[in-house]
Design a protein around this ligand. Structure first.
Ligand code: BGC
Length: 700
C-alpha cells in the first residue's frame, strides 16, 4: 500500500513498541481507572503493562459519546506521538434506529434498502465517535441451525454479493473524509457460514470449488465496494484457523480478490490458534499471524507480547511489521482522525438524531418490503369490521429489535399489542397457555391471528439450535386453536428459516417475518390489514423437516434423481421427502402478476439488457421481486442447474402493464473451473424469468 508523506513521517518517529501497539485492539474496560494505574484483571491475564496499554491503536465497542470522549482525551494526554485511538463497533442493523436484521433486509431483494439502512446507521453511530463498523457480515448462510444466519443475506451468492456491496456503499458514503460515514469491515473471511452442523467457532467443511464458486462472492463484494477492513473468521478452513492462515488471508483475500486494506482478527481468535492445536506457543502464533498478513489483533495480546522478540531474533522482518502498521495508519489518515481525533463525535446530535421521525420512517420503509406471505386462502388482508382475535405472548414483546442491536432502545419500541390497541379494539389474548374463557373467545371469532416463533435472544452469535422448529408451547397453542376454529392466520416471527410444523401449514394464511427492528409492530399490523401488500421473498429455503438441513436451492444435479418410491437406488430419504416446504425466492402477494413477454433489448461486451413486460392482474397495488435464472451451460465442472444472474423489484397499480429493463452484468454470469480460474459463460443464454408463481423462458 502506498503511504502518504504524513504516515511515512509518523512511522519514522515510532518505536517498535509504538508500532506493535497500533496492531492491538482492546475493549474499553481495559482502560478503567483502576487498570490504567495498576496491573490487574485483563491486563494481568494478557500480561500487558499500562505503558503497552497506552500504545494500543483501537478500541472495540463503546457505550456512547461520553465514554468515547473520556477515553480519547485520557489516551491522548498520555500518548507520546498522540496518534488517536480508532473506535470500532458492531453496528449491524442500525445504531438506535434499528433496521430489519440483515436476513430480513435480504428478503426485500432490494439492495437500495440495504444501502439506506447502512447509510442511516452510519449517520447515527458516528455521532458517538465510532468510525468503523464490523459489518456487513458477508458469510453465505445455508444452515438454519446456525444462529448467525440472521446477520447474513441468506443462501444465494448472487443476492449475497449485491446486498453486501450495497451495505458497504451505504456505510462508507462517497468519502470517508465525511465524518458521517463509517469504514466498513466485512466479515468473516472465509466461509464462517459453512461451520459444520450449524455451529459457531468450528471447522468449515467444504470443497475448495464450493469455496471459490459460492462462498467467496460476499467477500468479493466487500473488496469491489472498497470496504476498508475485513475480519478473519473463528473457523478452521483447509486445516488452519483463518486468522493464521496464509492460504485464506494471503492467497484468497489479498492475492485472489485483491484486497489492500486492514485485516483484523475476530475477538481473541489469534490467541485461539493454540486452542485449535495448530500452534503450540504465543510466539509461533504471532509469527503465523503476521506472516499471513493479519494486521490487527482483537482483544488478546499475542502481538504485543511476541512480535518484538520475533523481530529481535530476526524471525520477523521489520518490513512485515511496517506493512501492517502502514495499513492501520493509512486508515486513520483516510478517516480524518489524524486531524480530528473526535471525528463525528457530537453528543447533542447523538441525543436527537437517532430514532428521529425521519429515521423511523426510513426504517419502516425498509421493513415494509420484508414480510413474506407463504400461504393465503383468502384469509388476508383482515378487515377492521371482522370479529378478529389476536393470540400469543409475542403480542406483548417489546424487544422486536432482533439480536445485534446493542444501542437499540427496547423501551422505545412498540409491541404489537401497543399498536393494535392504539388503532383497534379487538380482543388480545397475550398468552401461550389459553384459559377456558380464552377458548370461548377464540371459538366465537371469525378469524384468529396467532403469533408464534422466536424471540430476539434465540438467534445471533452462539445461538445455534439443534432443532430450529417452533417450541412445543407454540405448537400446542396452534393445535388447540385449530381444533376449535379453523380460521387461523399464523404469523411467524423469527431470526432464521424455521422448520414449520404441519399445524402451521394447516393455517389458512401464513405470514413469515424475520425480525424487523424499530418499526416491526407497525409494519406487521399494516401488512395484516392490507395497508402494506406483502412483497418479501425467502432469502433462505424453508426445510420441510430438520433432517433436510442444511438445504438450499443450489444443490448439484445427481446421477440418481428421485423418481418416485418405486425405484430404490435414488437420492432420497426412506422416511421423508426431498422437497423443501418453500424454496428460496418464494413469496406471495395480495395481488397477482403475469409475465407477458421478454426479449433481449441490447447486448455489449459487459452486459445484456433484458426487457420484460409484466402486468398486475389483481385488484390492489403490488410490489414484488423479479428473478432471472440462467440455465447453466455444461462446462466440465458440476454446477447447479440454474443460477441467479439478475433480480430487481417492481411495483404496479392494479391492471397496469409495464416493461422493465433488467440488466445482466456478464461478470456475474461466470463459474470457476477445477483449477479455480474464473470464466464467463459463453452465450446464447437460456434464462428463466420468475415473478411470484409465473415463469417465462427465453434465449438471449
Ligand atoms: C463476532 C464478530 C464481532 C466481534 C466483536 C465476535 O464474537 O464473531 O462478528 O464483530 O465479536 O464484537
Amino acid at each position: 500500500m502506498k503511504l502518504t508523506k504524513r504516515v511515512k513521517q509518523l512511522m519514522s518517529l515510532m518505536t517498535l513498541e509504538e508500532k506493535v501497539g497500533q496492531l492491538h485492539q482492546v475493549p474499553p474496560f481495559f482502560f478503567s481507572d483502576e487498570l490504567v494505574n495498576e496491573v490487574a484483571g485483563p491486563l494481568r491475564k494478557y500480561k500487558i503493562s499500562p505503558t503497552q496499554l497506552f500504545h494500543v491503536g483501537s478500541i472495540l465497542g463503546t457505550a456512547g459519546p461520553e465514554e468515547m470522549k473520556h477515553l480519547q482525551s485520557m489516551y491522548l494526554q498520555r500518548s507520546r506521538l498522540k496518534i488517536p485511538l480508532l473506535f470500532m463497533a458492531d453496528i449491524i442493523h442500525g445504531y438506535k434506529t434499528i433496521f430489519p436484521i440483515p436476513l430480513a433486509i435480504a428478503a426485500t431483494m432490494d439492495p437500495k434498502r440495504s444501502e439506506t439502512a447502512a447509510r442511516i446507521a452510519a449517520k447515527e453511530a458516528t455521532t458517538s465517535g465510532i468510525a468503523v463498523t464490523f459489518s456487513p457480515m458477508a458469510d453465505l448462510a445455508r444452515d438454519a441451525r446456525w444462529g448467525r444466519v440472521m446477520e447474513s443475506s441468506g443462501e444465494d451468492p448472487f443476492v449475497n454479493y449485491h446486498m453486501t456491496y450495497a451495505a458497504v456503499k451505504g456505510y462508507q458514503g462517497s468519502s470517508l473524509k465525511d465524518p458521517s460515514t463509517l469504514a466498513a469491515c466485512g466479515k468473516h473471511v472465509v466461509a464462517y457460514g459453512a461451520g459444520i452442523a450449524g455451529k459457531d467457532y468450528t471447522q468449515a467443511e467444504l470443497s475448495k470449488h464450493s469455496l471459490y464458486q459460492y462462498y467467496l462472492e460476499g467477500y468479493r463484494a466487500c473488496v469491489d465496494a472498497e470496504a476498508r477492513l475485513l475480519m478473519s473468521s473463528f473457523n478452521v478452513v483447509e486445516g488452519i484457523p483463518s486468522t493464521v492462515s496464509s492460504f485464506v488471508l494471503k492467497t484468497l483475500i489479498r492475492n485472489h480478490l485483491g484486497f489492500k486494506g486492514v485485516i483484523i482478527s475476530d475477538y481473541d481468535s489469534l490467541n485461539e490458534a493454540q486452542f485449535h492445536r495448530v500452534t503450540s506457543s504465543g510466539e509461533e502464533t504471532a509469527l503465523k499471524g503476521i506472516e499471513a498478513t493479519l494486521d490487527i489483533e482483537m482483544s488478546s495480546a499475542i502481538y504485543q507480547n511476541h512480535l518484538i522478540p520475533l523481530i529481535e531474533q530476526g524471525k520477523v522482518s521489520v518490513k512485515l511489521l511496517n506493512d501492517a502498521v502502514g495499513r492501520v495508519l493509512m486508515l486513520k489518515e483516510e478517516l480524518g482522525l489524524l486531524d480530528d481525533p473526535y471525528r463525528g463525535l457530537n453528543p447533542a446530535l447523538e441525543a436527537t438524531l437517532p430514532l428521529s421521525e425521519n429515521h423511523y420512517k426510513a426504517a419502516y420503509d425498509v421493513a415494509k418490503a420484508s414480510p413474506i406471505l407463504l400461504k393465503n386462502e383468502q384469509a388476508l388482508p383482515l378487515l377492521p369490521e371482522e370479529e378478529i382475535v389476536f393470540v400469543g405472548s409475542l403480542l406483548d414483546e417489546q424487544n422486536l429489535l432482533g439480536a445485534w442491536a446493542w444501542h437499540g432502545e427496547v423501551e422505545r419500541t412498540s409491541s404489537l399489542a401497543m399498536v393494535l390497541r392504539q388503532r383497534y379494539s379487538f380482543p388480545l389474548l397475550m398468552t401461550d397457555s389459553l384459559e377456558e374463557t380464552d377458548l370461548k373467545t377464540i371459538q366465537k371469532a371469525k378469524k384468529v391471528v396467532v403469533f408464534v416463533g422466536e424471540r430476539s435472544k434465540e438467534f445471533g452469535e452462539a445461538r445455534s439450535k439443534m432443532s430450529p422448529t417452533l417450541s412445543d408451547e407454540h405448537q400446542r397453542l396452534l393445535q388447540t386453536i385449530l381444533s376449535i376454529n379453523p380460521n387461523v392466520i399464523t404469523v411467524v416471527m423469527a431470526g432464521r428459516p424455521l422448520v414449520l410444523s404441519p399445524t402451521v401449514v394447516a393455517s389458512q394464511a401464513i405470514l413469515y417475518s424475520f425480525y424487523l427492528g424499530s418499526a416491526m409492530a407497525d409494519v406487521l399490523v399494516d401488512t395484516l390489514f392490507g395497508g402494506i401488500n406483502p412483497s418479501g421473498t425467502l432469502p433462505m429455503t424453508l426445510a420441510s423437516d430438520v433432517g433436510q438441513l442444511p438445504i438450499h436451492t443450489l444443490s448439484l444435479p445427481t446421477g440418481r434423481p428421485f423418481e418416485g418410491k418405486t425405484y430404490t437406488y435414488t437420492s432420497h430419504y426412506i422416511d421423508g421427502g426431498n422437497t423443501p416446504l418453500f424454496p428460496m425466492g418464494f413469496g406471495l402477494s395480495y395481488t397477482f402478476f403475469s409475465i407477458q413477454k421478454a426479449h433481449k433489448l441490447h447486448e455489449n461486451e459487459d452486459q445484456i439488457d433484458l426487457d420484460v413486460t409484466v402486468q398486475n392482474t389483481g385488484h390492489v397495488y403490488g410490489e414484488h421481486p423479479i428473478f432471472v435464472y440462467l440455465k447453466t451451460p455444461i462446462v466440465g465442472v458440476a454446477l447447479p442447474e440454474y443460477q441467479l444472474i439478475a433480480f430487481n423489484r417492481m411495483g404496479l397499480e392494479p391492471g397496469m402493464r409495464q416493461t422493465l429493463t433488467l440488466t445482466i452484468d456478464k461478470k456475474h454470469v461466470s463459474y470457476y473451473d477445477t483449477s479455480f480460474k474464473r470464466h464467463r459463460f459463453d452465450g446464447p443464454f437460456h434464462v428463466k424469468i420468475v415473478l411470484m408463481n409465473e415463469q417465462y423462458e427465453v434465449t438471449l
